[in-house]
Design a binder for this molecule. Structure first.
Ligand code: NDP
Length: 284
């Protein structure tokens, strides 16, 4: 039976640290503040944004949720982002994805000021991450790395397989692991012999978006399994990409869904927002 990596407890620690840093900034007259732009009616996005606002309240971070109708034009959205970039009272700017289909996600993301890009999605932050320079790390892979490190297992020299190569999860995850001296195989829908590759991995990170995708035979005995997926199972319940019960029998450590990576993603956003406030106030 694997040990559970407790996302709830770890996220609580990261949030408590963010709250303490926010309190210290307030003592210096700086109120950390996050602006979240939500365009459209996507119900999952609404839930995520509400969660972010709750986290901010818990951590002593002011949050503004700017809700825009589905038919909002790209120029209008870009103008909103420009106004938030220029507002010195706002330290973090986040545009909730996905955007309505008529809006270019890349144009909007590129418009966010890098120093306020607390999601770590702008080309400047991605470039700095690739170069191993100081930057805002994207919240989900940063959260996964923190979960891996929380096991106390030395990561250097281990073989990892990351399934999924999205810009927000898989690709940055591979980079962060490489920076930890892990040897990474980044897999996707064209990968051949995926099962064999996974079965040889000391660290298996699933970011596919398919319930039950990772089966027991894909888990090396003693592996660490990080489940990024958020899916609805056939029973309607929230589940990850990993067949948890089966993987639990083989892994040494495993993250649950819910109660795993999702909570760490949220905690990392609080960390990044406080960091943005600290850096911007130091630059004054
Ligand atoms: P994307 O849909 O952008 O990427 C999915 C990736 O999985 C793609 O790279 C795709 O390959 C790959 N893939 C699909 N089918 C297969 C297959 N049969 N074999 C191997 N690879 C496959 O998803 P995201 O990265 O945005 O999200 C992944 C999951 O993580 C989702 O469930 C999402 O909800 C969840 N998520 C969870 C977060 C959290 O905080 N817990 C945060 C963000 C996402 P290809 O590139 O070839 O198409």
């Amino acid at each position: 039976m694997a040990q559970r990596i407790d996302g709830k407890a770890l996220a609580a620690r990261y949030k408590a640290k963010a709250a303490a840093e926010a309190a210290a900034l307030r003592e210096k007259g700086v109120q950390p503040r996050l602006a979240v732009v939500l365009a459209g009616e996507n119900p999952a996005s609404k839930t995520y944004v509400a969660g972010k606002a709750r986290d901010c309240a818990e951590c002593g971070i002011l949050s503004d949720v700017i809700e825009l109708p589905e038919q909002t034009g790209e120029q209008e959205l870009l103008a909103r982002v420009a106004a938030l970039n220029a507002n010195r009272a706002v330290h973090g700017v986040l545009v909730q994805l996905p955007l309505p289909a008529h809006i270019s996600t890349s144009r909007v993301i590129h418009a966010i000021a890098p120093e306020k890009d607390v999601d770590g999605f702008t080309p400047v932050n991605v470039g700095r991450m690739v170069l191993g320079e100081e930057c805002f790390l994207p919240c989900t892979p940063a959260g996964c790395l923190a979960m891996l490190q929380s096991t106390g297992v030395p990561l250097a020299g281990k073989d990892a397989v990351v399934i999924g190569r999205s810009n927000i999860v898989g690709k940055p995850m591979a980079l962060l692991l490489t920076a930890q001296d892990v040897t990474v195989t980044l897999c996707h829908s064209h990968t051949e012999h995926l099962r064999e590759k996974c079965a040889a991995a000391d660290i298996l990170i699933a970011a596919v978006g398919r319930a039950g995708f990772v089966t027991a035979d894909m888990v090396k005995p003693g592996a660490i399994v990080i489940d990024v997926g958020i899916n609805r199972g056939t029973d309607g319940r929230l589940c990850g990409d990993v067949d948890f019960a089966a993987a639990n029998e083989r892994a040494s450590f495993i993250t649950p869904v819910p109660g795993g990576v999702g909570l760490m993603t949220r905690a990392m956003l609080m960390h990044n927002t406080v960091k943005a406030a600290r850096l911007q106030s130091a630059a004054l």
